[in-house]
Design a protein around this ligand. Structure first.
Ligand code: NCD
Length: 301
């Protein structure tokens, strides 16, 4: 029984197992079959110390779809506001009866600490610039459904790669599944180190026509993305996936984005809403993929 802190070091067999399970759940959810009972009677606690729409809600729906009950902790309305420490909060959630913790925090490493403190399986729902493993898995499932297989695809991750935990989880997992990744953005938004040996480009236009997947990222202003980028106003012109750039995509290329989107900055109307967009499929697949991860945490084969 173990949680999911990150995808770094997760082998191909385990990734394939999770995605296979996600695919089965996706069909089950789409056909509105009754909930599964893998987590029957268990309690999944969500503790989000940063804003979230799709991640928290899809974890909560996923938990109920596998038979669990949900306990939602919100720091703004809880004793965190009275100065209770993170550790005491986590121990409290465990003492009330949580069987699994789903944790999002602005500081990298908090989900791993929560696992250490409580001994419970913890799923990382995004830790600072660290990882966001279930988003990358939902994206991999989306690509698998769309292309049949992900192996051999060339993906450009475009924008604020430096501050993106989603990009890190994609980089730690998709190459294991045979995806080639090129990172695209202005130098101040590209990662300081490149332990993935990913290809890097500071220009989008030369790279664009060779991509099967154009994965756009939001500028993480809350993590200081604007620092060192004086030409922020020129950003959409150089890196935005606007209507004109959409004309230059390869014939079968698709557009992805983990959300939330800043329309008119990193992408335009045609990219976001057009037939090439897989963005709502990514959101949809968050539910079955998180069902798979929760079931995996409780040791269900
Ligand atoms: C992302 C996140 O929080 O890391 N959102 C998400 O969970 N899908 C990306 C972002 O905030 O830009």
């Amino acid at each position: 029984m173990g949680g999911l802190i990150g995808l770094r070091g997760v082998d191909r067999g385990h990734l394939d197992d999770l995605l296979d399970r996600g695919e089965v759940y996706a069909k089950q959810v789409a056909s509105r079959e009754p909930p599964s009972a893998e987590l029957d009677g268990r309690i999944v606690a969500t503790a989000f110390f940063e804003p979230s729409t799709r991640t928290r809600l899809s974890f909560e729906v996923a938990a109920t779809h596998v038979g669990a009950r949900v306990m939602t902790f919100t720091p703004e309305t809880s004793s965190t506001a009275k100065g209770e420490s993170l550790k005491d909060t986590m121990l409290t959630l465990a003492a009330i009866g949580a069987d699994v913790l789903v944790v999002r925090h602005g500081a990298r490493g908090v989900p791993a600490l929560a696992e250490h403190w409580t001994g419970l399986p913890v799923v990382n729902a995004g830790d600072g610039r660290g990882e966001h493993p279930t988003q990358a898995l939902a994206d991999a499932l989306t690509l698998r459904q769309h292309f049949g297989s992900v192996s051999g695809l060339r993906m450009g991750i475009v924008g604020d790669v430096r501050n993106s935990r989603v990009a890190r989880s994609l980089l730690w997992s998709l190459p294991t599944l045979g995806v080639e990744i090129v990172l695209v953005g202005p130098s101040p938004l590209l990662p300081e180190a490149n332990p993935w040996d990913a290809e890097v480009s500071t220009e989008l236009d030369p790279v664009l026509p060779g991509l099967d997947v154009v994965y756009m990222l939001r500028m993480q202003l809350e993590r200081g993305a604007a620092a060192g980028l004086p030409g922020l106003t020129g950003y959409p012109a150089r890196y935005g996936l606007d209507d004109e750039r959409m004309e230059r995509l390869a014939a079968d290329a698709v557009v992805m984005h983990p959300g939330p989107m800043n329309r008119g900055v990193e992408l335009g109307q045609r990219a976001a809403d057009g037939p090439r967009s897989l963005i709502l499929d990514q959101v949809r697949n968050g539910v079955p993929m998180r069902m798979a991860v929760l079931a995996d945490c409780m040791g269900h084969e």
